[in-house]
Write a new protein. Structure first.
Ligand code: NAD
Length: 469
């Protein structure tokens, strides 16, 4: 199964196409495997197959759908080691973290397997019975980024299938293989054409988002691309769920105890080498605890071990691809001139897209590292004195994915957290997520919801059944 070349999946068949995508290991910059590349013709074939499969699947009993999701979860578990190794090779994350991603994917799949779409009785009186039903949308296209390739593929597949839809999955060009392997392992248990997997080098996205046979796009990626998806899906009024970028602020209050919270803040900023949509990307610290907080975070960063994810004891892998690597280097170079580096900040010429865990203090809003989404292992720490001013700064971003407030007085911290303009706010933690908790971006961090009942509902169409007695 763990071959060097991975075909795409159309109508239950593994298809080798004329064109090949070479996949690079970001720890070595060497090509280690390849997959077939899909064209517009393959997209048309996949849409036709999905439409055919959906006609039957959409009529199936919820128990059959739940059973299939449980079987998919089982298959992922059985193949978890192969999937984790492939994930480390293509994404770069340390093997234990890749294993964690697979476990998380299983958890999401099992969660949706335990759910059902809820019909509602709206009214019943002497003259009528009114009910709200939830129907499938048809063919859903799921477009994923490269930070959690397998998890994102699975957490879009599971609710889409549960709601009675068929699917076209398109992974990111630099991390297609774990999704292709996912297709190989579920192929034998899913009806033909119900899940199709197409890979590309960034050309297929616009063809998918404008395809007349696709009814919904579930997209995770950058805000810039999300806007293109909305524009392209607009003319056919496709249903859209857009989970986009973020520039999450964390606010450390005057009464916080830095030694208690530094490790959690550090991990919330640096997990997956900072390549997490809802990572802490700007840290605002009250002046009274600023020195202590900077020094506690420096200690955390100095201990971090970065390297090839297959080596023992590695906490952080490389950036996933060259484009992101260069972007983060440029942000650090500019920030170094305006703030003070207290850990990391130097780059080597060795192969691999490695950036040391970098902490920059004494920096201000208005600098790209603070204002833009870095999506990498560098955290700016900004000193503040006035609470109202820092709330304004935290909210002064076009993004609104998440935010957190840290302090000993939990009620007070919660009051402040509720004032952040973000889809999720946390107190004394950040990015605490789960399949049963809806995730939604405010402002330019997205449209719609993923996960939980609200996320599941987005894969369905409401039908009101109004019967006169
Ligand atoms: P990206 O937007 O470049 O690519 C995402 C996907 O979109 C890829 O599969 C890509 O091939 C595809 N794509 C590219 N052009 C397209 C187009 N015109 N139409 C349709 N699809 C197109 O994002 P990325 O660089 O792969 O991922 C990093 C970004 O994703 C970060 O900004 C991060 O915050 C965001 N992200 C958000 C979440 C979330 O849940 N909010 C999760 C992970 C990543």
């Amino acid at each position: 199964m763990n071959s060097e070349h991975y075909p795409i999946l159309i109508n239950g068949e593994l298809v080798n196409t004329d064109k090949v995508i070479k996949v690079i290991n970001p720890s070595t910059e060497e090509v280690f495997a390849s997959c077939s590349k899909a064209t517009e013709k393959h997209l048309d074939e996949a849409v036709k197959a999905a439409q055919k499969a959906q006609k039957i699947w959409g009529e199936s009993d919820i128990a059959i759908r739940q059973k299939l999701l449980n079987e998919i979860a089982e298959k992922i578990s059985e193949n978890s080691e192969n999937l984790a190794r492939l994930l480390t090779l293509e994404q770069g994350k340390p093997l234990d973290f890749a294993r964690g991603e697979i476990e998380f994917a299983v958890m999401f799949c099992k969660y949706f397997a335990s759910q059902k779409l809820k019909n509602k009785s709206l009214k019943e009186d002497a003259s009528s019975i009114v009910e709200l039903h939830r129907k499938p949308l048809g063919v859903v296209a799921a477009i994923a980024p490269w930070n959690f390739p397998l998890l994102i593929a699975v957490y879009k597949t599971a609710p889409a299938l549960l709601a009675g839809n068929a699917l076209i999955l398109k992974p990111a060009p630099t991390t297609p293989l774990s999704t292709c392997m996912f297709g190989q392992i579920i192929r034998e248990i899913i009806p033909k054409g119900l899940v199709n997997i197409l890979t590309d080098e960034n050309e297929l996205g616009p063809m998918i988002t404008s395809h007349p046979g696709i009814n919904k796009i579930s997209f995770t990626g950058s805000t810039e691309t999300g806007k293109k998806v909305a524009e392209s899906g607009g003319p056919s009024l496709k249903r859209l769920t857009l989970e986009l970028g973020g520039n999450d602020a964390a606010i450390v209050l005057e009464d916080a105890v830095p030694s208690k919270i530094a490790e959690d803040i550090f991990n919330s900023a640096m997990a997956n080498t900072g390549q997490v949509c809802a990572a802490i990307k700007r840290l605002y610290v009250h002046h009274s605890v600023y020195e202590e907080m900077c020094s506690a975070l420096k200690d955390q960063a100095d201990k971090a071990i970065i390297g090839d994810g297959f080596k023992q004891g590695i906490n952080f892998g490389p950036l996933q691809n060259k484009k992101q690597y260069e972007k983060v280097i440029n942000l650090i170079k500019e920030a170094k001139e305006k703030g003070k580096v207290i850990s990391g900040g130097e780059f080597s010429e060795n192969p691999g897209f490695f950036i040391p865990i970098t902490i920059i203090r004494d920096i201000e809003d208005g600098i790209s590292l603070v204002d833009e989404e870095q999506f990498g292992p560098v955290l700016p720490i900004i000193k503040y004195s006035e609470l109202e001013e820092v709330i304004e700064k935290a909210n002064g971003s076009s993004y609104g994915l998440g935010g957190s407030v840290w302090g000993e007085d939990i009620d007070f911290a919660t009051q402040i957290a509720k004032r952040l303009q973000a889809g999720s706010v946390w107190v004394n933690q950040h990015a605490a997520i789960g399949p049963d908790i809806p995730l939604s971006g405010a402002k330019e961090s997205g449209i719609g919801v993923e996960w939980g009942e609200e996320g599941l509902n987005e894969f369905s169409q409401i039908q009101v059944v109004n019967v006169k007695k």
